[in-house]
Write a protein that binds this ligand. Sequence first.
Ligand SMILES: *Cc1c(COP(=O)(O)O)cnc(C)c1O
Length: 401
Amino acid sequence: MTERFTGSFTQQEPIPEEGIMAALTVLRHGRLHRYNTAPGEIAETALLEEEFAAQMGAKYCLAVASGGYAMTTALRACGVKAGDPVLTNAFTLAPVPGAIASLGAVPVYVGVTEGLVIDLDDLATKAGQAKVLLLSHMRGHIADMDRLMAICDAAGISVIEDCAHTMGANWRGIPSGRFGRFGCYSTQTYKHVNSGEGGFLISDDAEGMARAIILSGSYMLYERHRAGPPPETFAKIKYETPNVSGRMDNLRAAILRPQLRLLSEQAGKWNARYRVVEAGLRDTPGLRLVDRPEGEGFVASSFQFLLLDWSEDKVREVVARCAARGVELKWFGAPEPVAFTSRYDSWRYAPHAPMPATDRVLAGILDMRLPLTFSLDDCALIARIIRAEVSVVWQAAAAVK
Ligand SMILES: *Cc1c(COP(=O)(O)O)cnc(C)c1O
């Protein structure tokens, strides 16, 4: 009998009951806008920021409308203007180069390694080309942050971390998002906490955060931010910083607060699922697992493996055969983007130079989500299916040779 998987790769868990109750309270009083508070009341959004700052060990936090908005705001707060080059990953998702392009700035792509992190040798080579790096911890893979920061510090580059896939993760015990000048997070449904849409910015940079708060649309109500810099920081910048509204609201904040309290527990569940898939795929001929370095404390809400140097039609065959058995693999390297884009040459609004070593890795990356609605048994089944289908295609190809 051929096993089939019937779960949904896009079904997340329900919102915790505590979040539902808190949301109902907000709905019943009707003060959804973060600055709409009754006398003596502290807005859910302000409390959320205070709690996330404490959780990450950051001085300041701003909750915003999306992860993409967090990144554009961080870029603006770092002074990026139209025409400026901004270093970023060649392997990431569309919102990252999109954030750069939205300011009229120009992405300068840095390659990807077989470990699926930014290529630090390539970064060192290109360090002289820009003053800002928008670093994407794509799919939760964290580069050697000690070396990365040494390269950027030496070149006077401000680092903005895109932590859409690393909320709750760390490098050598330091939370992802705490290395750069800003850390950006998404609370969109497919990330580590779920408010439909939403995001965070964290920083220790008082002036940068003051700019971000004014940018987000705080009018002159910045003193109501409990995780913001002191009022004197705003004295000058409040006149010279434009308003580009992108606030978080109290309804989403109410849903998020209990989820943040569960973050490390959830991370444990994700990683348990990851390890089951990893064990199930180990030593599959033709399939390369991605090394997880010792310093990396990851949160694996998705799984990647490599079919390195496979031909396009064989990769397609694996994807099709797995799909027929209910396992939805995304081929990040597909030459024509389908449903999502994750490679630098898909973003035709921006220039790019050829990157052969990166192309080789991109062409071999397969990806799937591991939502917490999957059991450990589901994960073992998924691994058995992938293993079987990769083996069939690999052996058939070997026989032809
Ligand atoms: C989802 C995502 C973002 C941005 O998140 P939104 O909240 O959807 O704007 C940024 N970077 C990466 C890598 C993402 O996957």
